[in-house]
Design a binder for this molecule. Sequence first.
Ligand SMILES: [Fe+2]
Length: 155
Amino acid sequence: MATITGPLSGDARNTVAEALQGALVDLIDLSLVAKQAHWNLIGSHFRPLHLQLDELTELARNHMDTIAERAVALGVNPDGRAATISRSTKLSQPESGWLEDGKVVATITDVLDGISKRMYERIRATDEPDPVSQDLLIAVAQDIDKQHWMFQAQR
Ligand SMILES: [Fe+2]
């Protein structure tokens, strides 16, 4: 079986693998939570929020692919299986059924705040072992912080 070898090994590779896998879980679940809210949303702010939640899904999907493929380039297998996401996600989950717009704004704001904090931890962790992965995580954090601002502004 072919194996992929990258520029990292040992502890550096393990540290970066953990950071990338954590980011992948955050981004996959963000895309799922945003879609759930996109579909089940109700309230007078339905239209702009419905569209904004799809922007968030698109952003999460684009970044998850970049992060997963960086892992592969380092010889690390990304794990995006549903069971893995379910077991390891730190995102608070929306309730089933209709989701009122004000509550969605509060929930997504909180979710983005948590993801941002974890991304900054990953940026610090990858600083020395792999500035290339760090650069990708910085790009994720930039977009997450921007969305965090835009959801906060609606409260
Ligand atoms: Fe849609």
